[in-house]
Design a protein around this ligand. Structure first.
Ligand SMILES: C[S@@+](CC[C@H](N)C(=O)[O-])C[C@H]1O[C@@H](n2cnc3c(N)ncnc32)[C@H](O)[C@@H]1O
Length: 227
């Protein structure tokens, strides 16, 4: 969560960092769940602050299931998930009457070194696929989508640090995107978008990151989740 958002937190609040990056989890999920319960039982008002929407690949459901099982009242304030935030700032509408009538969000997180997804469901025409945590599995993702029927020339994009002044957007095809990404040395967090809507980026890109603005993430959209 960006410094600008953290700056809105009340001054007398105790802050406990529980962030996660790939293979660098400060606190295991179960400990986070239990910490929320313990603090609440101590009578504290607890804000669990997360990037994006806590119910989209955010484990928010697990955290509040734990609260619910202890009878602890809670409310959820949704943020803007990376897919919609980054796509908007990259000028890529996720649906469009001419190109995509559906959009699916999937995780490209590697499990035992491979990406485990329903490839036939994904490789449908007129659909946009948004992949969270997909940087490491990008080559495998593109290979599987082609193997399951999407043309190699299908448009695809990768967005690094979307919505911030460090945003970078690369566009290509299922065939070319892995090579372009490796050459550009992109780092997490990144979001991958596959589908013909990506073609609109050239026409609709409106956001110009000011790279000299030091760490000035302009929206709350940044999180450094695992990939
Ligand atoms: C564990 S998920 C959490 C997603 C979060 N709950 C949300 O709704 O955006 C973390 C992944 O979200 C994506 N992500 C989050 N912030 C991003 C950003 N600013 N630009 C691109 N991708 C981002 C990346 O794929 C990252 O690995």
């Amino acid at each position: 969560v960006s410094p600008e958002i953290l700056d809105l937190v009340r001054r007398d609040a105790a802050r406990i960092y529980a962030g996660k990056e790939r293979s660098k989890h400060v606190m295991p999920q179960e400990s986070i769940n239990q910490l929320l319960v313990r603090l609440a039982k101590e009578g504290k008002r607890v804000l669990r602050l997360k990037g994006g929407d806590p119910f989209i690949f955010g484990r928010g459901g697990e955290e509040i299931e734990t609260l619910a099982s202890h009878g602890i009242p809670f409310q959820v304030v949704p943020g803007i998930t990376a897919a919609t935030g980054a796509a908007s700032y990259a000028g890529i509408p996720l649906t469009h009457r001419d190109y995509a009538q559906s959009c699916v969000f999937v995780t490209g997180h590697l499990k035992d070194g491979s990406v485990d997804l329903d490839w036939l469901m994904l490789a449908r025409p007129n659909q946009t696929i948004v992949v969270y945590m997909g940087l490491l599995g990008l080559s495998e993702l593109c290979r599987q989508l082609i193997a399951h029927g999407l043309p190699a020339a299908t448009s695809a994009a990768i967005i690094q640090q979307g919505t911030t002044h460090k945003q970078r957007v690369l566009t290509g095809t299922l065939q070319t995107l892995p090579g372009l990404t490796a050459a550009a040395r992109l780092t997490p967090p990144t979001l991958i978008i596959v589908g013909e809507v990506v073609k609109l980026h050239g026409k609709l890109a409106w956001f110009e990151p000011q790279r000299d603005v030091d760490a000035a993430d302009i929206t709350m959209g940044i999180s450094s989740g695992s990939e």
